[in-house]
Ligand binder design. Structure first.
Ligand code: AHM
Ligand code: MG
Length: 359
């Protein structure tokens, strides 16, 4: 579908999304939403880059700011969450937003709690505004992850710290959808370059921020992940705690006794967006598997696992918990975690086979 657009060099993300909408009329509202996300990512890129100079470092003011998952929030976690909310507020297309930094899904309209959404509120967005934020102060890459679902019901949402009413529960369930219902997902990586990588279900497209013109320019059309690889990317300190099939497969890869016969190298940044970006481009297996302490791993299904799995599958790779396709898992709650192993098809399949052989 995008071939004609992609043959043209110098295509900006804005132009790309306009072409996408022209070719797919059912996605005609999407460019407006992408434009909000794109602008927020440019702002976040600057905030991350300048944070040592502006003093927006360390934990939120006075310390003690804890998100609903019991994690202490960095100053930048709060600031980047606000930037995204503000950038999406006036696109007029978004009904509900769920974020790693919000307790429950929130209404993005400024008037607050009593807003009923009409048919112009077409979408639900899920975000991790600044994944890997604890890395920023050490100069290590970070990223924004997003997923977009259709918003198919009118609803009232919770933006206060009160118990949920029945109507709010309806709204909450709007965000509790499996990855297979995503209509778009992507990430922005803040690193040597600022990369914006996305899918609308027809391949994966990567853009690089050209700061001289302030635009994301198409640099990686139709990304395909190599089918097999020599790289694995896990927090190996947890290996003794992993399920046996996972542990045994990685131990074989270390000594070149896996299916491919390759002796693997280890590469782990500890920032999912950076690790997944490298995995997409160079091939490899990235994961945060289940371990004895964290039976569901560490990564969140809704705004980390599902959007990244959608990209991985669209690039020709696989994403599994070991026993289930991540994309098919229906979340019970917004901040639910999920074990993840994703990447090059043949190597991830080897993990799946090891789990099924173990029963
Ligand atoms: P965060 O969402 O609190 O920033 O944590 C998610 C990050 C991922 O980017 C990364 O893959 C993982 O945590 C690393 O965890 P660990 O430090 O346990 O290896
Ligand atoms: Mg995160």
């Amino acid at each position: 579908v995008f071939d004609e657009v992609c043959e043209t060099t110098g295509v900006t993300l804005t132009r790309f999304m306009i072409e996408v909408a022209m070719l797919n009329p059912e996605l005609s509202e999407l460019p407006s939403l992408f434009s909000g996300i794109e602008t927020a990512c440019k702002a976040i890129s600057n905030m991350v880059k300048r944070s040592q100079l502006t003093g927006d470092i360390g934990y939120a003011e006075g310390g003690g700011s804890i998100n609903v998952q019991g994690e202490e929030q960095k100053t930048l976690d709060i600031m980047t969450n606000d930037v995204l909310k503000r950038a999406l507020r006036f696109t007029g297309k978004l009904g509900v937003l769920a974020s790693e930094e919000e307790d429950t899904p929130v209404d993005v309209e400024p008037t607050g709690k009593e807003v009923m959404f009409d048919e112009t509120s077409k979408y639900v967005a899920v975000f991790d505004p600044l994944d890997g934020s604890s890395n920023v102060d050490a100069g290590i890459p970070t990223g924004t992850i997003f997923g977009i679902f259709d918003h198919d019901e009118e609803c009232v949402v919770n933006d206060k710290d009160e118990g949920l009413t029945e109507a709010e529960m309806v709204c909450l369930t709007n965000t509790l959808k499996p990855g297979t219902d995503l209509i778009a997902s992507g990430y922005c990586l803040y690193s040597s370059s600022c990369f914006f990588v996305m899918t609308v279900g027809c391949g994966v497209y990567g853009f690089t921020l050209d700061e001289s013109i302030g635009e994301f320019v198409l640099t990686h059309p139709n990304i395909k992940i190599p089918e097999t690889s020599k790289i694995y990317s896990f927090n190996e300190a947890n290996l003794p705690q992993w399920d046996e099939p996972m542990r045994e497969t990685v131990e074989k890869w270390r000594i070149g006794e896996g299916k491919s016969g390759n002796s693997f190298s280890s590469r782990y940044i500890g920032s999912m967006v950076g690790d997944v970006h490298r995995t997409l481009l160079y091939g490899g297996v990235f994961g945060y598997p289940s371990d004895k302490k964290n039976v569901n791993g560490k990564l969140r299904l809704l705004y980390e696992g599902a959007p990244m799995s959608y990209l991985m599958e669209q690039a020709g790779g696989l994403s599994t918990t070991g026993t289930k396709r991540v994309m098919e898992i229906l979340p019970d709650e917004v901040h639910q975690r999920v074990p993840i192993v994703m990447g090059s098809k043949q190597d991830v399949q080897e993990v799946v086979d090891a789990y099924s052989a173990a029963g």
